[in-house]
Structures are given as structure tokens and as C-alpha cells.
Design a binder for this molecule. Structure first.
Ligand code: SAM
Length: 212
């Protein structure tokens, strides 16, 4: 099967799995996942699976990227914070749907590689830094949307504090728990409301326990 046919098959699988938002599907279609994985995994780039990217981390499963991106309800006027850049694949998808993406990765080497890939794709609306994303990016807050791509033990309060009123955060919860859940947090005038979007499996968010 050609790469084009494999991508078309993947997009059909995403649709069948609940990713119905055409803008999200178009952003995924435009983003060459094969450029975000190491050569030994390139033939699996359009399989609907997570793949290793080094440092015991993974590029997320396309299904999960699709569902999380869809759950963010993005528009092209929004400023987004992503915690956990990883390969930069999800960052690239977000960059096609938002005004600007701020992304934080704790592994400097992963971030360097991700930045190279984004530059090679001429993606210019991403600002990236190395650090503990559970602390957020206070200098750039508030964000209309926050996406956490690693599982936190609990909803990170510092990140809720950096969400604009009316804003949405998507975060996997249950770091040490085999049953993690994807949670949507909506910031309100009074505080926040949460909604369970279903079971997921993520690598843990590593950071300052006091910050969570
Ligand atoms: N969405 C990414 C992609 O498409 O390649 C995959 C993200 S991977 C599942 C989770 C990432 O979160 C890892 O790269 C890990 O190093 C990073 N991470 C974990 N804890 C972090 C923290 N406290 N701050 C920043 N990055 C963190």
C-alpha cells in the first residue's frame, strides 16, 4: 500500500473512531506523521498506534491526537499551551488550527528535534521551551486552550489558573493508575467544571508535585 493509501485508511479509521470534525481531520491530513518518527518506524507512521521517540516517550496514537484536538474546540484566533511537545506532531496539528501554540517539553533533546521538524515544515506560529510544563507558562497566560499530553495525578491547579475564563483544558488524569481518564476542564467565573471524556493510556507527567 502507498503512503497516500495508508494515510487515507488512517483518516477513515479516525472518522469511525469518533473524530468527525473536518478541520481536525484536514489538519491531520496535512501533517506528515512520517517526518515525526525515526527511520525504523517510518513504515508504521500511518498505523493507528503510538510509536517510540526515545527517552521512554512516545508519539501519541493518531486516534488520541484526533480526539484530544477535537475536544479542544479550537478556532484560529486562539492562543494554546501544550504541555509535552514530544515529537512535535501534535504541536504541528494544533498549529494548523490555532493562532499561536506555546509548547513545553522537559527533555531538551526531544524539544530540539521537534523544533527542527516544525521549522522544516515552515510552521512559524509555535514558540517552544524546555522546562516543567506542570508550572505552565505564566508570562504568556492566559491561554484560551491548554492541552496536556502526559497523564497528571490530578488536575494541575497552576494550569487551571492560566486558563482564560471560558477556556478549555484537556488533560489525562491518573498518572499511576492503569485506568486513566481524559478530562475536559472548562474555566468558569467561579472556578472550573470537569467532564470525563473516557479512558486513555499516557506516559506520566513528570514534574514538581507541589505544582499539581
Ligand atoms: N503529543 C506528543 C507527540 O505527538 O509526539 C507526544 C507526547 S508524549 C505522550 C508526552 C511528553 O510529555 C513526553 O515527551 C514527555 O517528556 C513530556 N513530559 C512529561 N512530563 C512533562 C512535564 N512536566 N513538562 C513538560 N513535558 C513533560
Amino acid at each position: 500500500m502507498t503512503a497516500h493509501a495508508r494515510k487515507a485508511k488512517l483518516l477513515m479509521e479516525l472518522r469511525a473512531g469518533g473524530v468527525g470534525d473536518r478541520r481536525v481531520l484536514a489538519a491531520i491530513e496535512k501533517t506528515p506523521r512520517e517526518k515525526f518518527v525515526a527511520p525504523p518506524f517510518r513504515d508504521k507512521a500511518y498505523d493507528n498506534v503510538a510509536l517510540p521517540i526515545g527517552f521512554h516517550q512516545t508519539i501519541s496514537q493518531p486516534q488520541v491526537v484526533g480526539l484530544m484536538t477535537q475536544a479542544l474546540e479550537l478556532t484560529d484566533r486562539m492562543k494554546v499551551l501544550e504541555v509535552g511537545t514530544g515529537s512535535g506532531y501534535q504541536t504541528a496539528v494544533l498549529s494548523r488550527l490555532a493562532r499561536r501554540v506555546y509548547t513545553i517539553e522537559r527533555h531538551a533533546e526531544l524539544l530540539r528535534e521537534a523544533e527542527k521538524r516544525l521549522a522544516a515544515l515552515r510552521i512559524t506560529n509555535v514558540t517552544a521551551k524546555t522546562g516543567d510544563g506542570s508550572l505552565g507558562w505564566p508570562e504568556q497566560a492566559p491561554f484560551q486552550r491548554i492541552l496536556v499530553t502526559a497523564a497528571a495525578a490530578d488536575i494541575p491547579p497552576l494550569l487551571v489558573g492560566q486558563l482564560a475564563v471560558g477556556g478549555i483544558m484537556i488533560v489525562p488524569i491518573g498518572a499511576d493508575d492503569p485506568m486513566q481518564h481524559l478530562v475536559r476542564v472548562r474555566r468558569t467565573e467561579q472556578g472550573s467544571e470537569t467532564e470525563d471524556l473516557g479512558p486513555v493510556k499516557f506516559v506520566p507527567l513528570v514534574g514538581e508535585p507541589a505544582a499539581r
